[in-house]
Design a protein around this ligand. Structure first.
Ligand code: 4AD
Length: 468
């Protein structure tokens, strides 16, 4: 079908021109004088195109008068100046073909307010709403900005596997991958499940991060990034956690934590600027209907400098704060959401990069600092915290000293033999390198102001929820 996108009709076509558009009816009004007004959306932009269909159409009585929200139509007609408010141009239909009827009685997406909770139960139809169309377009723009940013800087896009034998984050929150019969798996002589007889001849999992697999490419080819789905079997029922989410992970060659933090700041600013520039109508909607500070926040961040401070400095600030905490800050413990929000929203009013966390709460692969004056051990880790969303990026300089890395693996109870290939990178031409992971959904949440992460991914996977 030779159709014109509604976005192009509204921005590039002139009054008097003819066009053919296709889409879904959002609302319809039949007026007494033999006119019907349809607002049509095709997903190409936030706005609807108003179609005026009148009784001169041969199928007016038989079809047009029976149209309701949700029907799909294709319309050929002429663009005319609109008499109505809210749009400069509308289409006078010359021909209107109904592609798909829609049962108005049972159609779940009525032209009225629906709660996000309800819309999650109709995840296959929620992209027909203003909010989910706008989320999908912003998400798409963020993804294209991610590739633009790294491609412009000469990073190589590397595809890392989804099925893996290693536990990158060492937290043991992995989904197993197996073709063994769960009701009667083969057993070894000790009575344990014998994974040697499984599909891959060993235990395998869905990846929690592409980092370990992308590091060899960084340590051979220079700056690289991987971008794909990641999986975590943590039982976190929060508005910021998914069991399946997308992560983009750059890995910088010949780099330390300062280089890493600089890249993270430039990267986020690039993404926010792209969304501001190319998703103006969608952002305007989020600013009016979801979070009235979104535009101001994104603009502010695109122009401001991120704060950098160490974990120990952050703990000092939190310790001196005059407030009651659910989790009183304590050196050695991880930062809680309330701490992150206090730093970004009440202390600095902008993104904060916290570095050098206690070694004991971070994975084995992070570069170990010398002990501080009090003998405490930290690693060259960083978390980028943003207002409301909290941690959006986690990263570190990697431990490239073989002996130190082996020591850390022993401390973390990891078997070196399982990581022989990772250790090889430190044996053969090792280099200082660093990287980070940006959670795509946290980034979409931040850009749209959507409160629940389940509403920024098409089909959220969370504990006890995998329909659709
Ligand atoms: O801090 P994380 O666990 O870092 C890593 O996985 C590193 N291997 C990354 C690297 O250095 N290459 O996760 C990185 C980001 C978090 O900051 C957060 O934005 C997101 O991934 N994230 C989640 N997003 C949604 N649901 C979850 N359960 C998430 N867990 C982490």
């Amino acid at each position: 079908m030779n159709r014109t996108l509604i976005q192009d009709v509204l921005t590039a076509r002139k009054i008097g021109e003819s066009a053919t558009v296709a889409g879904w009816v959002r609302t319809v009004r039949h007026s007494k004088g033999g006119f019907s007004f349809l607002s049509l959306n095709d997903g190409s932009c936030f706005a609807q195109l108003q179609i005026v269909a009148d009784q001169s159409l041969p199928n007016y009585e038989a079809e047009v008068l029976h149209l309701s929200a949700g029907c799909s139509v294709v319309v050929a007609g002429e663009l005319v100046a609109s008499q109505g408010k809210g749009q400069a141009v509308e289409m006078q239909a010359r021909e209107l073909r109904v592609l798909g009827q829609c049962d108005a009685e049972t159609y779940p997406i009525q032209p009225k307010h629906h709660s996000f909770e309800f819309l999650r139960t109709v995840a296959h139809l929620r992209p027909r709403t203003n909010t989910f169309g706008a989320v999908a377009r912003v998400r798409n723009r963020i993804c294209s900005a991610i590739h633009e940013f790294f491609q412009q800087r000469g990073f190589l896009y590397v595809h890392t596997p989804i099925i893996t034998a290693s536990d990158c984050e060492g937290a043991g929150e992995q989904f197993g991958v197996s073709t063994l019969d769960p009701a009667a798996p083969p057993r070894d002589e000790k009575g344990q499940v014998d994974f040697a007889q499984d599909f891959f001849g060993r235990r395998t999992y869905l990846t929690v991060s592409g980092q370990l697999a992308v590091e060899p490419y960084c340590c051979s080819l220079g700056d690289v990034y991987t971008f794909g789905p990641t999986f975590r079997a943590e039982n976190s029922n929060t508005p910021r956690h998914l069991a399946e989410f997308w992560m983009v992970e750059p890995e910088l060659a010949f780099a330390d934590l300062d280089d890493d933090a600089r890249l993270a700041e430039d990267f986020l600013k690039f993404i926010f600027s792209a969304v501001l520039q190319n998703c103006a109508d969608d952002l305007k909607f989020f600013n009016e209907r979801v979070d009235k500070t979104i535009l101001e926040t994104l603009q502010g961040i695109a122009e401001s400098e991120f704060v950098r401070l160490s974990y120990t400095e952050a703990m000092d600030i939190l310790g001196k704060a005059n407030r009651t905490w659910d989790y009183p800050p304590k050196w050695g413990a991880d930062l809680q959401t309330e701490h992150e929000r206090f730093l970004t929203e009440e202390t600095f009013h902008r993104p904060v990069i916290v570095t050098d966390y206690p070694a004991a709460i971070k994975p084995f692969y992070m570069y170990l600092n010398d002990p501080d004056e009090q003998g405490r051990r930290t690693v060259r880790a960083m978390d980028v915290l943003v207002p409301k969303t909290g941690e959006i990026i986690g990263g570190s300089q990697r431990e490239h000293r073989l002996d130190v890395l082996e020591g850390r693996m022993s401390d973390c109870g990891l078997n070196r033999d399982d990581y022989w290939w990772y250790l090889d990178l430190r044996r053969y031409g090792g280099i200082p390198h660093a990287g980070f992971g940006l959670g795509l959904e946290r980034c979409v949440q931040f850009c749209t102001g959507m409160a629940n992460i389940r509403d920024v991914i098409p089909y959220p996977r969370t504990p006890r929820n995998a329909e659709f």
